[in-house]
Write a protein of this length. Sequence first.
Length: 572
Amino acid sequence: MHNPDPIRLAILTRALSAAADEMGLNLVRSAFSTIVRESRDCSTAILSPEGDVVAQAEMIPIQTAGLGGSFRQAVKILDLSQINEQSAILMNDPYSGGQHLNDIILFQPIFDDGHLLGWVGNTAHHLDIGGGAAGVNTTATELIQEGIIIPPILIDVERDWNDGVVQRLIFANIRTAEVGLGDINAQFAANHIGKERVRELARREGREALQVAMAATLDHSERSMRAAIAEIPDGAYDGEAFIDRDVFEDKPIGIRVQVRVTGSEIVLDFSGTSPQVKGMFNCPLASTRAAVITAVRSIFADRDFPVNDGCHRPLTLEVPTGTVLNPNPGAPVRARMQASYRTMDAVHAALGKAVPDLVPAQGFNSTTGVYLSQPASNGKATIYADLPGGGYGGAKGYDGAHALDAILGSCRRVPIEAAEQVYSFVKIRSQELNRDSCGAGEWRGGLGYTQQLEILEPGVTLTIYTDHHKMPARGLAGGQDGTPGKLRVRRGKTVIDLGASATFPLEVGDIVELTLGGGAGWGDPMLRRNSQIADDLTNGYITEDYARRHHGWSPPVEEQYAAVRSPVLERS
């Protein structure tokens, strides 16, 4: 293919994306745990023979944007000269290309008649990975306290898996072994589908055509990314954002960046970022890089060019070692998503000074990991996990979405029916959007959310991590801030306030009440159109008092809107 047909290349590129999507569907449908099957905390991708991601499913940006880097780190450690159809790379070590220990990464080569066509890879979040506590060890001060560490290892699937030595070693260290094994076997099944689809493409279109298409889609994404960056005015722009606190020290953790734009390239310098912390809020470099890529890519209007490792080429990161965004090996990283989100917020704050019309106000932008664990007599445990979300930030031209997992995660909620069918010790008493929790603006933020969980059986422990309990999401271009979250346990007539990170033993009858804050507004609230204010009132998103205070609204005739007096979402 010396002069490749652009139409044929486009078809091949789309076929690779379709194969990655099918891998994702296969993984979700085959998984055992609700965190993968319902929340879809997993990602799939197809890589070139050199290990660049050429196609990825639209799943979890923090995972997919880091898979190519994970593979390259593995290559530095492993000898891949003798790989074959039975080979696989297994890893989760955050200091060897992984992100946090619960995310197990699996790569497998794609061969056709002895020729290496590329690789398939995926990541899935596992409910338990061992360590000092079921689900989340909120008091960990070392990585090893968070679970079993799997550096990149090259295994023979037939020999080492399927009740082989590697499988037995890993799951001897995990409390939810049956569920975890089911999920990792789903990862193998997803890779199998990907390998089959890529082989079919090679046999139908030719191996050379496939390799040309892989290189071409990377180059196309790079050109598109450079063209978008070139529209940003050259200059140096500073931004910062803060995590409320570490587990062990009550002071903000600062993420600071200078974004230097020159032509079609960006350098992001994180000098001035806070040093690494004692607790679990450190963020490994793979996650930092993925957050930066997603932050930059997400503001551009062109949504059509393929998202792959070609998008990374115009970006250069400078992240000092020993900071919270590039900690020294051995530091805990379980809650690395909070630093990842503040990285995204800081980059957006910087770019907002250059292209304010393209950048949204801050959303609640926090991974809220809610875990309820109940130990079993055999040393194992049952673990309920959910990832609820707060409000998105508004942006020029649109309001923020309500109560969704934020952009880096993009996980779904576990349906009430699925949760109560699997977990006998919990009842979902209520779920509702929080009226008036949105940051006001010409374009308002999304609403926050409150959930109540009732504990039905003894021996249940709550572990949780989140953020924005002290400092709410910040508004942009004159928009107002969002609202903070809070966590409390209602025990009879007693109300117990807990922090954003907690491990707390529960009793039968306790009600865990979790509130996630709303997103911030964009633009002057006084410029919001009357029709939008009326819609918000009709839908029950805001009260008349809110409309008066923030928008200078005065009541119209009663017939112009129907006031909603009950929560938008509710279940008794």
